[in-house]
Design a protein around this ligand. Structure first.
Ligand code: PGA
Length: 241
């Protein structure tokens, strides 16, 4: 696991965008997994700029969402794919039929999670995986306790995740209580992984992830066992290391 430290989030976002661009340049036809949350918004701004200036194109790439709220329809404001569309997808040039989203309101959710695994298999696995880290160390919606051999599935969201999601939607009462997520094992098979960690509020969880035990109680610690992982962190985020 490689850790790259920059002065601030601005520098991290530029650097993360250059890493994504380099990956896409060398592997134009792979599946790219992107997260939601506040952390990647600066990365998306940079990627949108690179595409607008014709310095990068996703025209041969595929996009798969990392996680989604269970039962939330595609047009719902809280649908996480909509979040990705607003902040990123609508500004860049993925072909429409290269976009893979969870059908979060599918009648048969087990068939839906198997379909997502089949998509990944059809494309020879995840190429590039971009991650943030949750306040409780969750990866996607793999909450503490997620087995390292888990695959794509439904999961109950923890109180900590509901509280942090309440920041996005105004009130905890409107945060869906279950999610769909690519599994730990599924994520571990990515060819390359970039995790972005910025801000003082992430310093404690980053410290635990790097210095603590590798344990399902802290899903992000699993990154220490994976190949080709880069943590991009700003000075605030490494302030406890
Ligand atoms: P954040 O969320 O980027 O809004 O901090 C990260 C996460 O919960 O995975």
């Amino acid at each position: 696991m490689n850790i790259i430290i920059k002065n601030n989030a601005f520098e991290i976002n530029e650097y993360a965008a250059s890493m994504v661009a380099a990956y896409v340049h060398n592997n134009p036809q792979r599946v790219l997994v992107f997260p939601t949350g506040n952390t990647p918004l600066g990365l998306y701004k940079n990627l949108n700029g690179l595409v607008a200036r014709k310095e990068l194109s996703f025209s041969s790439s595929y996009l798969l969402e990392l996680d989604e709220y269970l039962g939330i329809a595609a047009h719902d404001q809280r649908n996480l794919f909509q979040w990705l569309k607003r902040s990123f997808i609508d500004q860049v040039d993925f072909p429409e039929d290269h976009l893979y989203r969870f059908q979060a309101d599918a009648a048969d959710i087990d068939t839906e999670t198997r379909r997502i695994e089949q998509v990944i298999k059809k494309h020879n696995g995840i190429g590039l995986l971009v991650l943030g880290i949750g306040p409780n160390g969750h990866l996607g919606f793999n909450e503490p306790g997620s087995p390292f051999d888990s695959r794509t599935r439904v999961i109950d969201l923890t109180r900590a995740s509901l509280e942090s999601s309440a920041n996005y939607w105004g009130d905890i009462s409107v945060v869906p209580t279950q999610g769909l997520t690519l599994g730990m094992q599924t994520l571990s098979e990515a060819q390359q992984t970039i995790m972005i960690v910025t801000g003082k509020h992430k310093a404690d969880i980053l410290y635990q992830m790097i210095k603590g035990e590798v344990t399902p109680d802290l899903p992000a610690s699993f990154l220490r066992t994976m190949k080709n992982v880069t943590i991009l962190a700003d000075k605030d985020a490494v302030s406890m290391l």
